[in-house]
Design a protein around this ligand. Structure first.
Ligand code: AMP
Length: 369
């Protein structure tokens, strides 16, 4: 969402199958959803779910009743009068976080209220499985429950990539910060054959090896981690050898620079052509790939090429690829053909935590998996 306009409806579309199934079976459907983080009153405006009710209504081809509140007599009343095949979307559950964090602290009174509106709880909120909130973990304590098709599909496909025994198995990591990805790197490096690192996070790795990275993104607190993991897995980790650099992000001019030749005021904003070749070389025989995060600042077309080339190499060579975590969905939609990938995960944090090897509370709470 940007300024209350939906910029990417992938996640709404991904929720349709379960909702349709329930409607086709004459259920009345009450939908609860997170949208963004609501930490203070002013965050509510940009995280209002109303625009989602409009899009949902178009996709379902049926009226979607939108209820402005997350808890009220009016809501109770509408919910209890809902007829079979009618759909009700409740305002963003995160509104309950102001002022007392009732949603994110899994307040059981709140969960009990939401549970009182329905007969069965289906958790299809894949993107929040890593959170123990009132609207997913809490509510499941009070109603018969199960998972929806989206959650089933995500978990099945991710398991199929992670537990497949075919090799070479290549992990590609990109995006902004190393610190967000330390646990996933630690877990996957022991299992994969190669870890290719691009995006902003590559510069912290390069700096840990003594390279001058100019004013590229750097995560100072993660330098020791980078140094240690590079020492331990020097045969597995592949770093960029060149970059597309600029003197400022706003500046339209850019150039290709070998990683040895950075000036103090250079910013690395994408992987360069030699790195793309190097990554292709490492990917050419790959049997399965996990790619997490973009190779550059893809939102700017000048720095989108690295991510685009890698995505297209993966689909053109029919490599079984899981794209997941962070901003990957919008990067794939912008730069490649989402239908050609084995799986594009709709969850950022949930996929990361699942790939870290953690148990997801939203799944553990469900009886019928
Ligand atoms: P993440 O959520 O960690 O996957 O990070 C995604 C973000 O990383 C995107 O918004 C990119 O613009 C940003 N990013 C990728 N490469 C770079 C780079 N070289 N410098 C700055 N930001 C980058």
């Amino acid at each position: 969402m940007k300024d209350n306009v939906i910029t990417d409806d992938t996640r709404i579309k991904a929720s349709i199958k379960t909702i349709k199934y329930a409607l086709d079976n004459n259920a009345s459907v009450i939908i609860l959803s997170h949208l963004g983080k609501v930490k203070e009153e002013s965050d509510k405006i940009k995280n209002n779910l109303y625009p989602v009710s409009i899009r949902l209504s178009e996709l379902l081809n049926t009226k979607v009743i939108f209820q402005e509140t997350t808890r009220s007599d009016e809501l109770t009343n509408i919910a209890s009068n809902l007829k079979p095949k009618e759909v009700l979307l409740i305002q963003n559950t995160r509104y309950e976080d102001v002022p007392n964090k009732l949603e994110s602290s899994c307040d059981l009174e709140l969960a009990k209220y939401w549970a009182s509106l329905g007969d069965i709880f289906i958790n299809d909120a894949y993107g929040t499985l890593h959170r123990a909130h009132a609207s997913n973990v809490g509510i499941s304590k009070f109603l018969p429950n199960g998972i929806g098709f989206l959650v089933q599909d995500e978990i099945t496909k991710i398991d199929s990539i992670v537990n497949d025994n075919s090799h070479p198995y290549i992990v590609i990591m990109g995006g902004a910060k190393v610190s967000d990805k330390i646990k996933i790197i630690e877990n996957l490096i022991t299992k994969c054959d190669k870890l290719l690192i691009g995006g902003g996070m590559a510069y912290t790795f390069l700096k840990s090896q003594g390279y001058n990275i100019g004013t590229s993104l750097c995560d100072e607190d993660s330098i020791t981690f980078c140094k240690d993991i590079l020492n331990k897995y020097s045969n597995k980790i592949v770093l960029p050898v060149d970059s597309i650099t600029s003197k400022s992000i706003e500046n339209a001019s850019y150039e290709v620079k070998n990683i040895h030749n950075f000036d103090n005021d250079d910013i690395g904003l994408d992987i360069g052509p030699e790195t793309i070749k190097l990554f292709f070389d490492n990917l050419k025989d790959a049997k399965r790939v996990i790619i997490n995060g973009p190779m550059g600042m893809f939102e700017n077309n000048n720095y989108a090429n690295g991510t685009k080339e890698i995505y297209n190499f993966l689909i053109n060579n029919n490599i079984k690829t899981l794209v997941g975590g962070g901003d990957s969905v919008s990067a794939v939609n912008k730069l490649s053909d989402p239908s050609k990938f084995y799986h594009i995960s709709t969850g950022g944090g949930a996929t990361l935590e699942y790939l870290e090897g953690k148990t997801l509370p939203g799944i553990s709470a469900i009886n019928d998996k």
